[in-house]
Structure formats: C-alpha cells, structure tokens
Design a protein around this ligand. Structure first.
Ligand code: SAH
Ligand code: DHB
Ligand code: MG
Length: 215
C-alpha cells in the first residue's frame, strides 16, 4: 500500500470519528506560530488516547514531553473533576505555549506543566516519595531517553497502571538492526514488570504506540 492511501485511510477515520475542535485547532495554530515543531500526535491518535484514559478510569496522568499541549488537552479532557495531568517538558518556551493552550481549553486547573529535563524531574518525584502513583503514563519526549523514562515511570506506577509510549514503529525503521526504538521495544516486550503489545497506527506513514499494563 502506498503512503497516499495510508493518508486517505487516516482521513477517512478522522472524518467519521473526529469533529472540528476549536481549542485543539487554536492550540495547533499557536504552537505553529510560536515556531514549535509539528510533531504532536495525530487527531485520530488523540481520540484513541482519550478513550484509553477514560476506559481505564485514570485520575492521575503523567505525560513526558508536553510540546504545545496538544496531546495533553486530550488527556486532561479524559480526567474526572478531581483528576490531574502532570506534563514534563524540557523547553520553557514549549511549556509557556502549552500552558496558554490548556488555559484556553478550560483545563488549566487540572494540568501542571513541570519544566526541566524529565529524567531529573522524574528522579526527584520518585525520590521525594510524596507522589501518589499514576494511573496512566504517556512517554513521548526525545527517543533516546525512552528506556530511562520507562524505568523511572515504573517507580511512579502501581499494579494496573497503563504505560503508553509513542512512535515505536516510525515507518518501520524499528525493523533495522541497531535502531534505538527497536532496542526500546525489546526492553518493553521482555520487561517482567509489564504485559503489553504494540498497536500500529497510521498517518501518512505507519507508526504505533506500545501499551502495557503494569503487573
Ligand atoms: N506529546 C506532545 C509531543 C511531544 S514532542 C504531543 O503529542 O502534543 C516531544 C517534546 O519533548 C518536545 O516538546 C521536547 O522539547 C520535549 N523534550 C525533549 N527532551 C526532553 C527532556 N529531556 N525532558 C523533557 N522534555 C523533553
Ligand atoms: C517526532 C517526535 C514525535 O514524538 C512524534 O510523534 C513524531 C515525530 C520527531 O522527533 O520527529
Ligand atoms: Mg510522539
């Protein structure tokens, strides 16, 4: 199947299940105007992740890699009134754009963006011990960090926590020997603390999310 057909199928699904959304469109416009990279999740993926968060009944969600808050808006919308999204971001400028986007979406009371290298932030969250375990973790920052993000996230999890990692297929580059995401997938699949699977997702190319339940 060619890439054009993949894009058409993705648009077909979007046309059926994803409506116009002023807050999300404005969030994308602002991120673009501020010069942020356009590497957020796709609309269909956002719908899928929001449903997963709702089905799992998540009340505390941890996101690693905020960007302009596009995926975060989906997660925050899935939360109950007393729920919280903590989203970790290295770049202060990205965090500022995201905070404005959460505000406009009417979600800022449920969302906290923490700025810094997420490895440091996670380490101190785990060491301080004051953090209740998260119900859902979404890993989507720089790809080299994924193995570390997974280990640190598991320290902030409980049995039943849903762990999701983005971009684990990347157009099939994971099939090449020595690919860093391929190495992450092997770790994710063989980690005795997890029971998971990869769900391929299409956009203009095939990507996917790794999903696991913490045992
Ligand atoms: N989840 C977002 C996309 C995230 S893009 C969405 O779908 O809408 C990846 C983000 O991770 C970028 O904003 C980048 O600045 C951030 N990032 C990169 N390295 C990081 C690090 N070490 N710690 C925290 N965030 C990091
Ligand atoms: C890139 C990063 C992402 O998180 C993503 O979903 C797509 C692309 C990237 O770095 O190119
Ligand atoms: Mg991603």
């Amino acid at each position: 199947m060619n890439d054009e057909m993949l894009g058409r199928i993705d648009s077909y699904i979007e046309g059926l299940f994803v409506g116009e959304d002023a807050a999300l469109s404005a969030a994308l416009d602002d991120a673009k105007n501020a010069g942020l990279p356009e590497i957020q999740i796709s609309p269909n993926q956002g719908k899928f992740l929001r449903l997963l968060a709702e089905i799992s009944g998540a009340r505390r969600i941890l996101e690693i890699g905020t960007l302009g808050g596009y995926s975060g808006i989906h997660f925050a919308r899935a939360l109950p009134d007393d729920g919280v999204l903590i989203s970790l971001e290295l770049d202060e400028k990205h965090a500022e754009v995201a905070r404005k986007n959460f505000e406009r979406a009417g979600l800022s009371e449920k969302v906290e963006v923490r700025v810094g290298d997420a490895k440091e932030t996670l380490r101190s969250m785990a060491e301080n011990g004051g953090e209740e375990p998260f119900d859902l973790v979404f890993i989507d920052a720089e790809k080299e960090g994924y193995p570390m993000y997974l280990d640190l996230s598991l320290e902030l999890s409980r049995p039943g926590t849903l762990v999701i990692a983005d971009n684990v297929v990347r157009g099939g580059s994971v099939l090449e020997e020595g690919d860093n995401m391929g190495a992450f997938n092997e770790k994710f699949a063989s980690d005795g603390r997890l029971d998971g699977i990869i769900i391929p997702l299409i956009r203009e190319y095939v990507d996917g999310v790794a999903i696991a339940r913490v045992k």
